[in-house]
Design a protein around this ligand. Sequence first.
Ligand code: UT7
Length: 323
Amino acid sequence: MIRSVVRGFGTSLPKRVLTNRELESMVDTSDEWIVQRTGIRQRYIAGEGETTASLGEAAAREALDRAGLTAADIDLIIVATSTPDNTFPATAVNIQNRLGMHHGYAFDLQAVCSGFVYGMATADAYIRGGLARRVLVIGAETFSRILDWTDRTTCVLFGDGAGAIVLEAQEGEGTVADRGVLTAQLRSDGAHLEKLYVDGGPSSTGTVGHLRMEGREVFKHAVGMITDVIVAAFDATGLSIEDLDWLVPHQANRRIIDGSAKKLGIPLEKVVVTVDLHGNTSAASIPLALASAAADGRIKKGDLVLLEAMGGGFTWGAVLLRW
Ligand code: UT7
């Protein structure tokens, strides 16, 4: 049985760090409020010349290097983003060109904060369906460019960055001992469209728009939706919480992360947290967190790793994989 195995990973962050203290001089907020309510201490903000495509390219190059591969070895690039460089062509095609890759195919995928989970699920389906052997899955965002910097309820929460992985077709036994993606569970429900959205777009206003969020409403749904897909992932594989080595959640809010882990009975020592350093980087948050724990040796070959996310739409999902 074909499995989609992670062969390399990489990240890229903008040069500029924006601390909570600096935000105090921009809007009516405090370091104490931000840390207490979200766990965020700083975030990275893209500067001149830094875009979703440039950050995604750098993350992709690092992932290829770690995998011992070049762009010539890749069949497909999927970029999960809600902040593309242009409405079209796809940022994935832009990155394909930056990598000097003129074969294969590339497309963007838009599921907001769940984008990386959707991207991995899509890449896994393409690999198992025989449509690609090696896929670069990139989560890349510049949310700073769609924030209303006068709205303290949103501008303190988000940051910019990119993370990438190389997924490769490898032969497995068809058991849960296999390395690679074991199951992906995806959900969406458009009944919640207006709880987290951007108030502009090419076909509605002809503008880019700004991010708007009813934070409390999103918070209310988050833990329940996250636990729903995690339970579904364990049901689908017959594995259980006790088998888990690492939970790598979407990094939106420390309280949501802790709440979900507690509800599921996952000890906090098994949870990877980077929201303090990066803020919420939407589709980039999971690959950034995953890479940090893999690079420092916490996540080891053969470990059972659970990724989960929830975001605008609402969309939510989980991927269970063996590293
Ligand atoms: O990644 C996609 C999914 N997104 C999320 O997961 C975000 C989910 N939501 C959240 O993380 C939280 O709801 C927030 C962090 C956005 C807000 O935390 P909260 O505990 O739900 O606070 P709240 O919205 O209930 O606001 C509490 C108070 C309000 O003042 P009053 O009405 O009690 O006087 C806000 O006006 O905090 C005030 N407030 C702030 N104060 C200082 C809101 N933003 C700020 C701020 N600094 N930046």
